[in-house]
Design a protein around this ligand. Structure first.
Ligand code: GLC
Ligand code: GLC
Length: 628
């Protein structure tokens, strides 16, 4: 019996033979990277597929595909590969700032995005996530998350050459391009899907199709309903009577990763995107990629192994590329995707949700607890901190954490849902329910930042809440991510109700078209748009100048007041202490809280000194960034 490393060596020479037979002659640089990362790829691949007699052949086919993609990688991207291998922490800087938008909604098409590069620079963006821009079915395509071809840009937006050009121009402007890697499912119009359903042997087993309800019933005994408004359970019926796995919409079919050919095919699509010039792949719906009977089919160990295998593929052929995890699940599960060998970046859905929780309750304790307990992640990784995304807000805090503060998780979620959809008396929020499930009591919330924060309702503190929420995303480290248009306080767009393919999905309420009139007001402090934009600009500017706000190190700080959030960001030269009053009352942090600190600190936001030997006052919803 050979040991794992011996097996890897034997496999490597088998792979070498296949490379030679395929007529691929990799250059020295590829050879070196392959030698360095092959053991890892071998380990992950055989962990998942080792029981199959053709495992080694499948692995060899994968490496041939990787070598081909590496051979096609343009020279400028290879240059970038070298630079980022030499500086793997490049994305941990306090100058990193992300923006996200839909190409069509925000700028009409790729050319329109290009035309907005000067604005992105003005804003200080270094990272731009363009929502799915690939070929997709006409009508409803879940905002492009039903992909019909990863190698074609949706013709309404442009073409692949334009995307290549845009990637290069963004890079020249210091902005990394982020696109989605939607690898859990495809649209029902994808060639793989059509082939699989039609019986084409090349795509046999690419999806999970069952002849009758036997297996679906067994699986559904333990799976969750993600989009119950669309269909119940995890399967939809094909016209011929068979059942196919669809976690999300009925036209989005889950791929079958138990088939190694699916992994290899997807790795090919991934490297294609890498070679177009994409810097970061947003790994969509990571939790769902592996299914196993008797489980909830979320966050299974094989999901991690497969992402690590994709990561190894990237390290071999396109090492400049990073992965960002989209796991909107229990916080214990979210962190499991975060590692230099898995996803270097991850959305921080817990912090996002708890900022809203604190604004509704005027109590910062749950957020503070999360920052102390759940903020630390491995070296060489970073959170993507955001106020809201293109998706709904789900209350993904841990019930155990809430219980420690005497909060009942189920009741608290009910309260938060009611509060944010304006069913709670006196609420400042104007959100809309998403996927209310009467069978489970589950629901989530849609709405733009400004509408959820009170601006739409004309609440006197709406603007300050928008700024407070962003100030937290901008000061807890990692990559802050702005939903473009929110920086000028865009409001809910109820027009979605008149669009048949959007009316059933309330997330469209917070995906408005480019808010031109608000942008026009962005330098006028007497408007909401201007007050938000100017306030945010100030925060972004200070962040860029403040070394302490780089990286992700964070230490708790007791403010002696549940209405005031506190945390410290230790840097090389000093520490920044953040205080944020989440209530509409004036609060005071008592001098004793600052006992171990210097007598005077500098408030970076207002550019004034603050005496710490005395009590420190905070106006309603005020934030202070105190440099010690
Ligand atoms: C991700 C996307 C979401 C989409 C789902 C299915 O969660 O963020 O918008 O509906 O995947 O692709
Ligand atoms: C995706 C969906 C979101 C859902 C979540 C469940 O992120 O977009 O609506 O709450 O998955 O994990």
């Amino acid at each position: 019996m050979l040991t794992r490393p011996q097996q890897a060596v034997a496999a490597a020479s088998h792979v070498d033979r296949r490379l030679a037979e395929a007529g691929v002659s990799p250059d020295a640089e590829f050879r070196e990277r392959l030698d360095r990362h092959f053991p890892r790829l071998f380990e992950h691949f055989t962990d998942v597929y080792g029981d199959r007699p053709d495992c080694l052949e499948q692995l060899a086919a994968l490496v041939v595909a990787i070598a081909r993609a590496a051979g096609e990688r343009p020279a400028d991207l290879k240059e970038l590969d070298r630079a980022r291998e030499a500086d793997p922490g490049w994305f941990l800087s306090n100058r990193m700032l992300g923006g996200v938008c839909y190409v069509d909604r925000y700028a009409q098409d790729l050319e329109g995005v290009r035309a907005r590069i000067p604005y992105f620079r003005e804003l200080g963006l270094t990272y731009l996530h363009l929502m799915p821009l690939f070929a997709a079915p006409e009508g409803d395509s879940d905002g492009g998350y039903a992909v019909s071809s990863y190698r074609d840009v949706n013709p309404a937006l442009g073409d692949m050459d334009q995307l290549r050009l845009l990637a290069a121009e963004l890079r020249a402007a210091g902005i990394s391009l982020v696109v989605d890697f939607i690898f859990n499912h495809t649209s029902d119009e994808h060639a793989w899907a059509v082939g699989c359903v039609g019986g084409d042997p090349a795509y046999a087993d690419f999806y999970r199709i069952y002849p009758d309800r036997t297996m679906p019933d067994l699986f559904e005994a333990t799976t969750r309903e993600v989009f119950p408004d669309d269909h119940r359970g995890s399967f939809v019926q094909l016209p011929d009577g068979r059942w196919i796995w669809s976690t999300f919409y009925h036209f989005q079919w889950d791929l079958n990763y138990a088939n190694p050919a699916v992994f290899t095919a997807m790795a090919g699509e991934m490297l294609f995107l890498a070679n177009v010039g994409v810097d970061v792949l947003r790994m969509d719906a990571v939790a769902f990629i592996w299914k196993q009977l008797g489980t909830d089919c979320e966050n299974l160990p094989q999901a991690h192994t497969l992402i690590r295998a994709f990561n190894a593929v990237c390290r071999i052929a396109a090492p400049a590329v990073l992965f960002k995890s989209e796991a909107i699940v229990h916080p214990d599960r979210v962190v499991e995707y975060i590692a230099p060998e898995e996803c270097q970046l991850s959305y921080n859905p817990l912090q996002m949700a708890l900022v809203w929780e604190a604004l509704a309750t005027r109590d910062a304790r749950l957020l503070s607890q999360a920052l102390e307990r759940r903020h630390a992640i491995p070296a060489g990784t970073a959170w993507v901190n955001y106020v809201r995304s293109h998706d709904d807000i789900g209350w993904t805090f841990a019930d155990e954490d809430a219980a420690e503060l005497g909060i009942d998780g189920f009741e608290h979620r009910r309260f938060l849902n009611a509060f944010y959809v304006n069913r709670f008396p006196g609420s400042f929020a104007r959100g809309v329910p998403f996927q209310e499930n009467p069978r489970t009591g589950d629901a989530r919330v849609s709405g733009t930042t400004a509408s959820l924060a009170g601006v739409e309702a004309g609440d006197p503190y709406g603007v300050q809440r928008v700024l407070l929420a962003h100030s937290i995303a901008l000061s807890t480290g990692g990559v802050p991510l702005l939903y473009l248009g929110d920086e000028v306080g865009q409001l809910n767009d109820y027009g979605y109700l008149a669009v048949p393919e959007h009316a059933g999905d309330s997330r469209w309420v917070h995906r408005p078209p480019y808010p031109a009139s608000r942008y026009a007001e962005r330098t006028d402090p007497d408007t909401d748009a201007g007050a938000i934009s100017l306030g945010l600009r100030r925060l972004v500017h200070v962040r860029r100048e403040t070394e302490e706000l780089a990286g992700g190190a964070l230490v708790g700080f007791g403010t002696h007041d549940p209405h005031v959030l506190g945390y410290q960001r230790p840097g090389v030269s000093g520490t920044v202490l953040v205080l944020a009053n989440v209530s509409e009352e004036e609060r005071v942090v008592p001098a004793e809280a600052f006992a171990a600190m210097p007598a005077v600190a500098h408030d970076l936001i207002t550019d004034t000194d603050v005496e710490l030997w005395a009590d420190v006052p905070l106006a309603p919803l005020q934030v202070r960034w105190l440099q010690l």
